[in-house]
Design a protein around this ligand. Structure first.
Ligand code: SRM
Ligand code: SF4
Length: 566
């Protein structure tokens, strides 16, 4: 039987000499703003994507101009904790080299958009000068490790943050290519000098994502990740972690072999065992993940193909010991709690809503400037949340009035004016930078929410938290398939509408209606929201209600996601 051909990216990795390829040479080619196709794949491992401004495509085509190429740079922020100096540096870089704004992503990272090729190297170098990096922010490796930014339990937070940063460090690729290309590090002469002890020469079959969660908050959405560690806290002490594997969101319209899948919780390990577990789970996926079809290459398909028991067996074999039985835990939400809280040590923390995660100055809303002014005086840290928001954390009692004054001056906390629906909304980037987007998301969701606010106001739901998420395509970057209401782009101004995800991100939603025109969404949802307002049980969440009321069929896991479409 002939061996199946590997996916094209596998050969690119093999040829690349540990992620070098011809990137360094191509950066100096001034005849084009682009890089070659192989380099477009390789540069992802270095934390960057080549993009073009899709708003300008038609015009540039008309004038026979090359597309308006630029690069998105994703800055890793392990555990989402950034210093004020790092915030200020990101702010300065977006002004100097980017689109004058930056994005707080759904994985607690920073993103710069619009960096042209000739500025790429100096931007990455300047990022590194403030002790941040971009290596492995993208590519077939472990990505930015997420961590619950819990402002209440500072001791537990310090411990889980350390775990997430240690995992991040442990799984960072070993190759010297990053230093060589971007930081003018010393060149290695032959590939024999190089080694990737965890990944090997061809890295992973596909991207890999890890989170650390602290129940009852599931704000990092563990069920959507390849590997998660769920903190088990007993008597205010961190005793270890449940291990969850095999979550993921991405799918392709019209291809039922692709689907979102919730992670399975398979065992428990001690704090000291976390790095071993992370490494061996990665290695099982390295060795058994699909390398012939990139649409089937995530860990969720490895587990779906072989079964959870098989996977647990393999992980135990690789570890040389068995994971312990799962411990009890409970999640009750996956959102952020806004406003000020004070922890037992007397430090205050302020969670601010950042619509679409976009840190930007708009006419009459100088939000980016306001946050910059805070960063200039803040002595604590900034915690990026997985809901694209920011926590001004560890504000001392003495500093709080100063920060409050800036918040007021720059209107950073007009929470009173925002509906709870808006405060629980997430949108991916989509147009104009994302090459894969089929419809608007970040630019359109705020408009749609304004329309839906009329409805929720009239039926009395203004203060009810309903999670609502929109993506410009089915890849699921804002994790729409675990929202109570999800919109997934199908084409310009058209969306699939999903309902019934769990309020704590613990259940997949189901397709309610396919291919809905944007201007028909309000009329489609108004009767459902109205029924919810009238018929719900005490404390019943919207996602639970739509299933109980028979508005959608009970949701299902993984491969059955596409069955029983209503
Ligand atoms: Fe994503 C690809 C943006 C979180 C699933 N994602 C992309 C690209 C790079 C498009 C591309 O490949 O050309 C997008 C760049 C847009 C732009 O202009 O910036 C993009 N993804 C994002 C971000 C910025 C969305 C946001 O608005 O915050 C998030 C960056 C996270 C980070 O800091 O690392 C982002 N992406 C996610 C998530 C959510 C998560 O990880 O919790 C998912 C779903 C979870 C998962 O991985 O299953 C996600 N992105 C994808 C996929 C589908 C992967 C799959 O298994 O099918 C793609 C496409 C791909 O990989 O082929 C993708
Ligand atoms: Fe782009 Fe699709 Fe991800 Fe949105 S979900 S950022 S449109 S890849």
């Amino acid at each position: 039987m002939s061996e199946q051909k590997l996916a094209a990216n596998e050969y690119i990795k093999i040829r690349s000499n540990f992620l070098r390829g011809t990137l360094a040479e191509e950066l100096t080619d001034v005849s084009t703003g682009a890089i070659s196709e192989d380099s477009q794949q390789l540069i992802k491992f270095h934390g960057s994507y080549m993009q073009d401004d899709r708003d300008l495509r038609a015009d540039r085509r008309k004038h026979r101009l090359e597309k308006a190429y630029s690069f998105m740079i994703r800055i890793r922020v392990p555990g989402g904790v950034s210093t004020p100096a790092q915030w200020l540096a990101t702010d300065a870089l977006c002004e100097k080299y980017g689109n004058h704004d930056f994005k707080l992503t759904t994985r607690q990272a920073f993103q710069l958009h619009g960096v042209i090729k000739s500025n790429l190297k100096r931007t990455i170098r300047e990022i590194n000068q403030v002790a941040m990096d971009t290596i492995a922010a993208c590519g077939d490796v472990n990505r930015n490790v997420m961590c619950n930014p819990n402002p209440f339990l500072s001791e537990i937070h310090a411990a889980v943050l350390k775990v997430s940063q240690d995992i991040s460090q442990h799984l960072t690729p070993n190759t010297g290519a990053y230093h060589e290309i971007w930081l003018d590090g010393e060149k290695v002469v032959t590939s024999e000098q190089e080694e990737e002890p965890i990944y090997g020469k061809t890295y992973l079959p596909r991207k890999f994502k890890i989170t650390v969660a602290v129940p009852p908050s599931n704000d990092v959405d563990i069920y959507a990740n390849d590997l998660s560690f769920i903190a088990i806290v007993e008597k205010n002490k961190l005793v270890g972690f449940n291990v969850a594997v095999g979550g993921g969101m991405g799918m392709t319209h019209g291809n039922e072999e692709t689907y979102p899948r919730l992670a399975d919780v398979i065992g428990f390990c001690s704090v000291e065992q976390v790095l071993q577990v992370a490494e061996q789970v990665v290695k099982v996926q390295r060795d058994f993940g699909c390398r012939t079809d990139r649409k089937h290459a995530r860990l969720k398909y490895t587990i779906q193909d072989h079964g959870v028991d098989w996977f647990l067996g393999k992980v135990n074999d690789y570890l040389g010991w068995d994971l312990a039985p799962v411990r009890a835990f409970q999640f009750d939400n996956n959102g952020d709690r806004y406003g000020w809280v004070t922890d037992p040590a007397g430090n205050s923390h302020l969670t601010l809503f950042i619509e679409g995660g976009r840190v930007i100055d708009r006419p009459g809303q100088p939000m980016r400037t306001g946050l910059k002014e805070i960063a200039k005086i803040h002595t604590g840290d900034f915690r990026l949340t997985a809901n694209q928001n920011v926590i001004i954390a560890n504000v001392s009692a003495a500093q709080r009035p100063l920060i409050e004054q800036l918040v007021e001056q720059y209107q950073l906390e007009d929470g009173q004016k925002r509906s709870t629906l808006r405060l629980n909304a997430l949108a991916c980037v989509a147009l104009p930078t994302c090459a894969l987007s089929l419809a608007e998301a970040e630019r359109y969701l705020p408009v749609l929410i304004t329309e839906l606010e009329d409805t929720i106001e009239s039926v009395g739901l203004r203060h009810d938290a309903i999670t609502i998420r929109m993506t410009g395509c089915p890849n699921g970057c804002a994790r729409p398939y675990i929202a109570e209401i999800g919109f997934v782009g199908r084409g310009p101004d058209r969306y699939n509408v999903y309902l019934g995800g769990g309020h704590a991100g613990q259940r997949l939603s189901k397709l309610y209606k396919a291919d809905v025109a944007a201007d028909e969404i309000k009329a489609l949802l108004a009767p459902v929201l109205s029924r919810y307002a009238k018929e719900r049980n005490e404390g019943e969440k919207f996602g639970d209600f739509v299933i109980r009321a028979g508005i959608i069929a009970a949701t299902v896991q993984g491969a059955d996601f596409h069955k029983n479409l209503s």
